[in-house]
Design a protein around this ligand. Structure first.
Ligand code: GLC
Length: 445
């Protein structure tokens, strides 16, 4: 390794090697030790990274995930690898097979969901397949035909079960569903979660990451576990959860992702002659959620907010969630310009002491900012990828490339860390994280 790190060619080779190493056969573990199973949104990003290496293998990844889809349409946040322990809460704690009418019988899963980024992966797979030979194109086309109804079912479940009042915003019943587990966005909502009788447990994450400052605290974990107990009491029933869960938030970031994903899937549907009714539904959800996101924004800055359903309060913590409308669009032009200025400025990417001009999970000037702690400050490469992808899609090529360039500089240390300290660039959390490698592969592809 030189002083400036690995060259792009070396980096791409290492990223590919990493994904091969984390490959368990028909699923890629999110990370070798900390996360030895398949996570839903990780699997989608992993497929984005696999597609340039092997369209066939990328298809297998999404097939595995979709074969764990619940009867109601939910894609669960974890699909457990057979015979692999070492993660808590595991299948026994979720107990979905015993309690949930909709849980699949073939595979073990958790009982909550994660952000709907999967349509992006499908699009990437089809794009790569188009440049390959007939056989590969056939594999991708056959996959789309086979899984189209499941993908639409997944989106329909989100639009119905998770937006029962049709606000155009996805309701979450656990912070883990946001994918940004301990973001300070959720602090106030969690403060109202009073853990009852939580069966004893041992945190396995602390045995892998022994520096406690990089992981959520025990107080946080008790609440996480209590919410699982609440879900079990409601038998994971969509209607029941809506009234029984002591944590319920409308997540503006997930809502924006959903809006974009609906548009992406609708376009795929049009291009591949899928049923008009599906395409029409997808477009109408894209519009509804775009509007739902815009309805939360500050008139001047354009910044979006989450909503705490239980307390009836808006959540104004300065985090990545503020930038949700940049993903899904719909802001007036001047307001959008203000929001981009905020994104570029010293409260986010442009903080003068940052090592790289990349979006931190929480603003460094926010009261709750902690530079090393998970979603409370560090930079997550996969989130940079998402913004870079979304900016490219919106026609902001230069912005998209700038993020890519900065992210590749950050990644040139070759650790493929889960997240990075924004001031020093120190790699933190799990090393060899699959979705970090996948992001790098897509950028270098
Ligand atoms: C952590 C992250 C979550 C991710 C999972 C596996 O729980 O917060 O977003 O999906 O790890 O990488």
């Amino acid at each position: 390794m030189s002083a400036t790190g690995f060259t792009p060619t070396q980096l791409a080779a290492r990223a590919a090697y990493l994904l091969r190493g984390n490959d368990l056969g028909t699923m890629t573990s999110a990370a070798p030790r900390l996360y030895p199973h398949m996570w839903s949104w990780d699997a989608a990003f992993v497929s984005v990274g696999l597609a340039p290496l092997s369209v066939e293998r990328a298809v297998v990844e999404l097939d595995t995930l979709l074969s764990a889809q619940w009867g109601n349409g939910m894609i669960p946040h974890i699909v457990f690898a057979n015979g692999v322990d070492g993660y808590f809460p595991g299948p026994a704690r979720w107990a979905v097979r015993d309690l949930a009418a909709d849980a699949p019988s073939g595979l073990h899963t958790s009982g909550i969901t994660q952000p709907p980024v999967h349509a992006i992966a499908v699009q990437r797979i089809l794009d790569h397949a188009r440049r390959r030979g007939r056989t590969t194109r056939g594999v991708a086309g056959e996959f789309l035909d086979r899984r189209w109804p499941d993908l639409v079912r997944w989106h329909r479940w989100l639009a119905h079960a998770r937006d029962q009042q049709e606000h155009g915003r996805i309701t979450l019943y656990h912070g883990w569903e946001s994918g940004m587990d301990n973001s300070p966005r959720w602090d106030a909502a969690y403060a109202n979660v009073i853990p009852g009788d939580v069966p004893p447990y041992v945190r396995e994450d602390q045995m892998v990451i022994t520096d406690a400052s990089q992981r959520p605290s025990n107080v946080e974990y008790d609440r996480y576990m209590w919410l699982v107990e609440e879900m079990k009491m409601s038998k994971y029933d969509d209607i029941a959860l809506n009234s029984t869960m002591s944590f319920a938030v409308e997540d503006v970031f997930v809502s924006a992702v959903f809006s974009v994903a609906c548009d992406v899937l609708a376009t795929i549907g049009e291009e591949h002659s899928k049923p008009h009714a599906d395409v029409r539904d997808l477009r109408s959800w894209a519009d509804r959620f775009r509007a739902g996101v815009i309805a939360t924004t500050n008139e001047r800055s354009g910044a979006a907010r989450d909503f705490d359903v239980r307390s009836g309060r808006w959540i104004t913590t300065e985090t990545l969630a503020m930038f949700a409308p940049l993903l899904s669009g719909g802001l007036p032009r001047d307001t959008e310009r203000n929001l981009l200025r905020l994104f570029d400025g010293p409260r986010f990417c442009g903080h003068p002491d940052f090592k790289f001009a990349l979006p931190p999970s929480t603003s460094p000037v926010a009261r709750d900012f902690r530079s090393r702690e998970y979603w409370r400050g560090p930079v997550w490469p996969v989130i940079t990828w998402l913004f870079s992808w979304a900016f490219g899609r919106r026609g902001w090529t230069e912005r998209s490339l700038m993020l890519r360039e900065e992210a590749l500089r950050q990644a040139s240390d070759g650790s493929f860390a889960e997240y990075y300290e924004p001031f020093t660039g120190e790699p933190l959390g799990s090393m060899q994280q699959s979705w970090t490698a996948a992001s790098v592969l897509d950028w270098l592809g």
